[in-house]
Design a protein around this ligand. Structure first.
Ligand code: URP
Ligand code: ZN
Ligand code: ZN
Length: 478
């Protein structure tokens, strides 16, 4: 009997730490050998001239999420995980969103039912807490954390999701006690409401109004408030989708104070600007996401934060809507005001090529930093390490074979997500995923799905080592 089910031979294996010429041997869905030469496999892939990377892990995606009356998200779990795999990913982390008045456990079970038996690659749910009742904080959340849902997101804006300062503090307190990692959407609700109403009164209702209604100061203020609350409670937090200098500097300031404040950024903040929201004839709606893309100086600031280690994660914040669709960006109310244009853009399939091209190919970051930002740190921060996020014996056989020299132009026609557009139409990249191996199965190869079985699992995750408090206990409670 052959020693391996699959051998990937002749490539350059890149992890967050090392770049080595090595073969990889896979058995029963796991990596079992990384060696100069691996012999005796049932199947071989020749990776000569290519990079062999840990599969991408995208720890911030929205899939089949309830998006309010009349609006439908463009991806279900089947289409999102297929698009992810085509883009070189082997694991994604969507959200199980609690609606106000509903149980958190009920939300998890509902999203789990949507996902199970549908996913091409593994998924691990974060929670979204929108209604932190005593029952949720006292019983449901601690029980769900023990069941492997070890991180959750809270929102400082959006009518249906916003938490008050007191609610944030109470939720942070439970996270500290239970060891959960808190993800924070940092934009100030009242400031956005104030700006939105002013803009609408002035007739500034086109999509660019979305960017004008939430300028950087709105994100900076909320980031600072979240950081202050986290310091008071002594709980680590991850500020997600940081868009520019102002919020990045808040995070850097917090880190310099020794606080456990971590940060994520996304492709839109290194490639798009608010000018994209100002495109004619509602085209700008294609770029409406929160926080909005800023300007070129903000993009430079994000690179500064990536290079200086302020950011640990580079995620897509994939939140797909169709454009030309009454249930999507062009819903009838959206034409009356930007406030009704659903927030979010598709990006699950294009995250890796964009960072590779703009980061590695452009000489801004090393290959190892690319792997860290797109895979290893996602596993480490969200309790999947050392199961996922590297190439070494014992890890899941989640691998992307990558052509660093291949030049491509991103085109909607060639993508697999459920949206009818990509914000990066015509964007040129150098570096492209060739083959995706998920749990030892070759699922995508040279532009084609080759194993379409929905064998992706809903993962239980460990507590994050990054969620351990600093040990500066807040005022005692009974
Ligand atoms: O516009 C965005 N980012 N929509 C997704 C929801 C969120 O806040 O991450
Ligand atoms: Zn958010
Ligand atoms: Zn998001």
């Amino acid at each position: 009997m052959p020693a391996f089910d699959l051998a990937i031979r002749g490539g350059t294996v890149v992890t967050a730490a090392d770049t080595v010429r090595a073969d990889v041997g896979i058995r029963d869905g796991r990596i079992v050998a990384v060696a100069e030469r691996v012999e005796g496999a049932s199947r071989e892939i020749d990776a000569s001239g290519l990079l062999v990377l840990p599969g991408g892990i995208d720890s911030h995606v929205h899939i089949a999420q309830d998006s309010g009356p009349g609006i439908t998200m463009a991806d279900d779990f089947a289409s999102a995980t297929r698009a992810a795999a085509a883009g070189g990913n082997t694991c994604v982390m969507p959200f199980a969103m609690q609606k106000k008045g509903e149980s958190l456990r009920g939300a998890v079970e509902a999203y789990r039912r949507l996902a199970e038996g549908q996913c091409l690659i593994d998924v691990g749910f974060h929670l979204i807490i929108s209604d932190p009742t005593p029952e949720v904080l006292g019983q449901e959340l601690p029980a769900l954390l023990k069941d492997g849902f070890t991180s959750f997101k809270v929102f400082m804006t959006y009518d249906d999701l916003v938490l008050s300062d007191r609610q944030l503090l109470d939720v942070f307190d439970v996270a500290r006690q239970e060891g959960a990692l808190v993800m924070v959407h940092a934009e100030g609700y009242d400031a956005i409401r104030y700006m939105t109403e002013r803009l609408e009164r002035a007739g500034r209702t086109a999509p660019i109004g979305h960017a004008l209604s939430r300028p950087e100061v709105v994100e900076r203020e909320a980031a600072h408030r979240a950081i202050s609350h986290a310091e008071l409670v002594d709980v680590p937090i991850m500020i997600v989708h940081v868009s520019g200098r102002e919020a990045m500097e808040q995070v850097r300031w917090a880190q310099a104070r020794g606080l456990k404040v971590y940060a994520e950024t996304c492709p839109q903040y290194i490639t798009l600007t608010a000018e994209d929201l100002d495109r004619v004839d509602m085209e700008g709606a294609k770029y409406v996401c929160s926080p909005p893309p800023r300007d070129q100086e903000s993009q430079r600031a994000i690179w500064e934060g990536i290079e200086q280690g302020v950011f640990q994660l580079f995620s897509s914040d994939h939140c797909p809507f169709r454009y030309d669709d009454p249930k999507g960006k062009l819903n009838p109310r959206g034409r009356s005001s930007f406030r009704w244009v659903p927030n979010g853009i598709p990006g699950i399939e294009t995250r890796l090529p964009i960072l590779f091209s703009e980061g590695v190919s452009a000489g801004r970051i090393s290959l190892n930093r690319f792997v860290e930002l797109t895979s290893t740190n996602h596993a480490k921060f969200y309790g999947l390490y050392p199961r996922k996020g590297s190439i070494a014996p014992g890890f899941d056989a989640d691998i992307t074979i990558w052509d660093p020299a291949r030049r491509e132009t991103i085109r909607q026609d060639a993508l697999h997500h459920g949206s009818d557009y990509t914000p990066w139409e015509g964007f040129e990249v150098t570096g492209w995923p060739v083959t995706t191996v998920a749990g030892g199965r070759v699922v995508f190869d040279r532009g084609r799905f080759v194993d379409e079985a929905p064998a992706g699992r809903v993962l239980q995750r460990d507590l994050s080592p990054y969620a351990v408090p600093r040990g500066r206990a807040p005022a005692p409670s009974a």
